[in-house]
Every structure is written in C-alpha cells, then in structure tokens.
Design a protein around this ligand. Structure first.
Ligand code: NDP
Length: 296
C-alpha cells in the first residue's frame, strides 16, 4: 500500500484565499483592517524565520502586520509593558509572542498577560480552559491545522481511535482535546508510555508531536491509518553536500507511507497549515472584537 499524501501546502493556500476574502469584505463593508502583532525577543534563527514568514503572509492576505523585536536581554517588565500596550491598541486584533522566550523571562506570566480575546495562539489559561470545557475559544494554530486536515480527509472522526504522541501544552494536549471534541477515543502517549509501539498500532489516527527525527517507524502504524506528522527536525544531509541539512518529521516517512492510508509530508504538511490557521484566528478575533459574524 502507498499512502495518500495529505497536501498541507495546497490546503493552507485555500485557507489563505478564504481569509483574504474575509479581510476584503471587512474592509469594504466596515472599513476594518484586521491587525496581527508578533513579538520576538532575541535572535533565535528558527524563530526569526517563523516571524518573517508570519509577517509576510499577514500582509499578503491584506491584514496589517506589526512586528516588535526586543533585545535578548530585555526585562520582563519591558516585555509586559509592550503586551499591555498591544492589548489596548484597537488596530491590533491578534497578539503572538514567539516562543521559546529567553530563560530569564517567565513564559506563563507573559502569555497570561495577553488579552484572551487577542490571544490568537490560544495559549492563555482562559482559552485553554474554554477549549477543555468545549466552549468557544481561541484554538492553538498547529492542532487546529491538524484537525482541519483530518476533517477534510475523513469527514466525521466520530468513534475513531486516535493516538497523540507528545503531551506539550502547545501541541499534544490541545490536539487531544480537539480530537475528543470530535468524538475520537483519544490516547496521549509520551516519554514514559510503556509499549508505545503497541499503543500506536491501535490507532486509526496517529498525531506525532515529539521533536525526535523519524522516531515513529512504519511498523508502529496500523495498515490504513492516517498519520499527521507535526515534527520539524533539522538533520545533517551529507548526501546533499558537506554541511548541508534537511527537514524531517517525527515519523519515518519512507516506511510509514508504505503502511498508512494517508500521511502528511514534512515539509509541506502541518507547517503551512499552522500559519494559515494563525491568519484565520486573527480574522476571527477581529470579527468578535467588532461584534460581527465570524467566518466558519
Ligand atoms: P515538546 O518538546 O514540548 O514536547 C515533546 C513531547 O514529546 C513531550 O510530551 C515528550 O514527553 C514527548 N516525547 C519525547 N521523547 C519521547 C519518546 N521517546 N517517546 C514518546 N514521547 C516522547 O515539543 P512540542 O510539542 O513543542 O513540539 C513537538 C514537535 O513539533 C517538534 O518537532 C516541533 O518542532 C514541532 N512543532 C511543529 C509545529 C508546526 O507548525 N508544524 C508547531 C509546533 C511544534 P514528556 O512530556 O514525557 O517529556
């Protein structure tokens, strides 16, 4: 069997088109332009790439992008003052503080200082609580992107066995909540899980969010299962030349794609969906702030 490839890049493009349509209508009908503020502390190269890409795509769909770059040694008080300013700025509908923050800054404190209505990453404790109780919230972008791909591929997920590998607050836990919300039977596996291969082999849906290159081999996958690979790992690629690298997921694509029914590639799977969902969340936040109907 050769798995069907779930093309996150193409799907993300359709989401961006929809977002651009909503943005154009907000401008034409209400003279409102959604705005997304991204805060980057320090010069972590991967974070810089993400922030640049987010800013570029924000502008491409017609929204306003506000980038705030702070020195790596910036104080917590300084960062909190910026968040406070953005909370009070009516042109800013979404605020994203790029993680990870430098060690001297308390991530929980900073994230929980963001106005929950502008928390387009969905990491504020109130949004976490709303999601886990099935209420309207801001949903974290990466798990939301995974859910959209799964719904698009399967239609209903009701009754399916889902295994999420990874229990981070950013991906694993909200992913499990979303799958539960769609009536899957959900197992969360992590570094202490016993017989993880057997656990994963039960799953109709596997979401891998671990951060270990190609950790999940094909013989952990139930034939025909759907595999969503969240991992983004840069590894050496001597075959491309000296000092060259390439991106791989948490799943061994070569062996898993021979067993799975469908699989997301890395790159071109979950990654593009994450930014598309961020843009969609910003439009949603903007509509809510202005008492307008939200996009579906
Ligand atoms: P974290 O490091 O926060 O969490 C990793 C999780 O994996 C932990 O729960 C950990 O378990 C678990 N784990 C580690 N080793 C094993 C193991 N051997 N077996 C089973 N479970 C294990 O990572 P994130 O959730 O932030 O990210 C995960 C991956 O997703 C990374 O590659 C990251 O780059 C990628 N990512 C991709 C995004 C995208 O847009 N595509 C967005 C965000 C992340 P324990 O809790 O027991 O330590």
């Amino acid at each position: 069997m050769t798995a069907q490839i779930i093309d996150g890049k193409a799907f993300a493009a359709t989401i961006r088109d929809k977002v651009a349509g909503h943005v154009a209508r907000l401008k034409a009908d209400h003279d409102i332009v959604p705005g997304l503020a991204v805060v980057l502390v320090g010069e972590d190269p991967a974070s810089q790439v993400y922030v640049r890409s987010k800013g570029k795509q924000t502008v491409e769909v017609g929204m306003q992008s506000f980038e705030h770059k702070l020195d790596v040694n910036t104080s917590e008080a300084n960062l909190l003052a910026l968040v406070e300013r953005l909370n009070g700025d009516p042109a800013v509908h979404g605020i994203l503080v790029q993680l990870p923050l430098p060690k001297h800054l308390d991530e929980d404190l900073v994230i929980n200082a963001i106005d929950p209505a502008k928390d387009v990453d969905g990491f504020h404790i109130s949004n976490v609580g709303l999601l886990s109780t099935g209420q309207k919230s801001m949903v974290p972008c990466t798990p939301l992107g995974c859910l959209m791909m799964l719904r698009d591929f399967h239609g209903s997920l009701s009754g399916m066995d889902a295994v999420v590998i990874g229990r981070s607050n950013i991906v694993g836990k909200p992913m499990a909540q979303l799958l539960l919300g769609d009536s899957c039977t959900v197992t969360i596996a992590h570094s202490r899980t016993r017989d993880i291969a057997d656990v994963v082999r039960r799953a109709d849906i596997v979401v891998a969010a671990v951060g270990r290159p190609e950790m999940v081999p094909g013989d952990w996958i139930k034939p025909g299962a759907t595999v969503i690979d969240v991992g983004i790992n840069r590894i050496d690629a001597p075959e491309k030349g000296e000092g060259k690298t390439r991106l791989v997921g948490d799943v061994d694509f070569a062996s898993a794609s021979r067993v799975a029914g469908a699989i997301t590639p890395v790159p071109g799977g979950v990654g593009p969906m994450t930014i598309a969902c961020l843009l969609a969340n910003t439009v949603t936040a903007c509509c809510r702030a202005n008492g307008l109907d939200e996009p579906e």
